[in-house]
Design a protein around this ligand. Structure first.
Ligand code: SF4
Length: 207
C-alpha cells in the first residue's frame, strides 16, 4: 500500500477491526463494527492498547476493503478508534461509510485536527497532551477516565468548555476501578449531569 494512499486517507494503518458490542459511554450495549487505527503519540502511562502506538507494525488497508468487511455484519454503526485515529485524514473513510448508510462514530483524545464528517464524536481528553480547542464544539460526548481523585476537578475543566448538548461521562481507569468507582458513584450522585461509564466489554470478556 502506497504512502500516498495513507496521506490522502484512502488507506489507513489498521491494528485490528472486528464486530462487537460498544462497551463504553453513551452508545454502550450497541452492536458496531470497530476499526482500531494504529499510531499514537499521546503517551498515557495507563494505556491499555500500547501495541497500537507504532503504526509501522501494521498494514495500511484501503477504506473500501474495511467497508466491505463491515458490510458483512448487520449493524450500520462503525466506531473508529485507536491509537489516535485523527492522526490521519479520515474524510475518505467517513464518506465511504456514509454512502452505504452507516452512522460513523469516533473515539479521540482530541489532540489532532478533526477530518471527516462524524455522527458521533466521543472526546476523551488525556493529561499527557493538550487537546486541539476545536474538539470542544464538535464533541457529542465527553468521556473522562478517572485515574486519581484530582481527575474529577480536571474533568469539570473540560466540561466547562464543551457545548450544552454534550453528554458527560466519568469512567474509572480499569486498574484503579476498586479505588475510583466509589468516588465516582458519590460524585455522580451530587453532580447528576455526569453519568458513569464502565468498560462493559471487559466484564463480558469481548473485544
Ligand atoms: Fe493509549 Fe488512547 Fe492514550 Fe493513545 S490516547 S496513549 S491510545 S489511551
Amino acid at each position: 500500500m502506497s504512502d500516498e494512499k495513507v496521506h490522502t486517507g484512502e488507506a489507513l494503518p489498521v491494528m485490528e477491526d472486528f464486530y462487537t458490542i460498544q462497551g463504553e459511554g453513551f452508545h454502550q450495549g450497541k452492536a458496531a463494527y470497530f476499526i482500531r487505527l494504529a499510531g499514537c503519540d499521546v503517551g498515557c502511562h495507563w494505556c491499555d492498547v500500547k501495541d497500537s502506538w507504532d503504526k509501522d507494525k501494521y498494514p495500511a488497508i484501503d477504506v473500501n476493503v474495511l467497508l466491505e468487511r463491515a458490510l458483512k455484519f448487520p449493524s450500520r454503526t462503525v466506531v473508529v478508534t485507536g491509537g489516535e485515529p485523527l492522526m490521519y485524514n479520515l474524510s475518505a473513510l467517513t464518506k465511504a461509510f456514509h454512502l452505504k448508510g452507516f452512522k460513523v462514530h469516533i473515539e479521540t483524545s482530541g489532540v489532532c485536527s478533526v477530518t471527516g464528517i462524524w455522527d458521533w464524536v466521543c472526546f476523551s481528553p488525556k493529561k499527557f497532551k493538550e487537546p486541539n480547542p476545536e474538539i470542544y464544539r464538535l464533541a457529542h460526548e465527553l468521556k473522562v477516565v478517572i485515574f486519581h481523585k484530582s481527575d474529577l476537578e480536571w474533568a469539570e475543566q473540560h466540561a466547562a468548555q464543551v457545548s450544552p448538548r454534550c453528554r458527560l461521562f466519568l469512567q474509572p481507569e480499569w486498574g484503579k476501578q476498586a479505588e475510583m468507582l466509589p468516588l465516582i458513584v458519590d460524585y455522580v450522585k451530587t453532580h447528576p449531569r455526569w453519568h458513569i461509564s464502565l468498560q462493559a466489554h471487559k466484564y463480558m470478556d469481548i473485544p
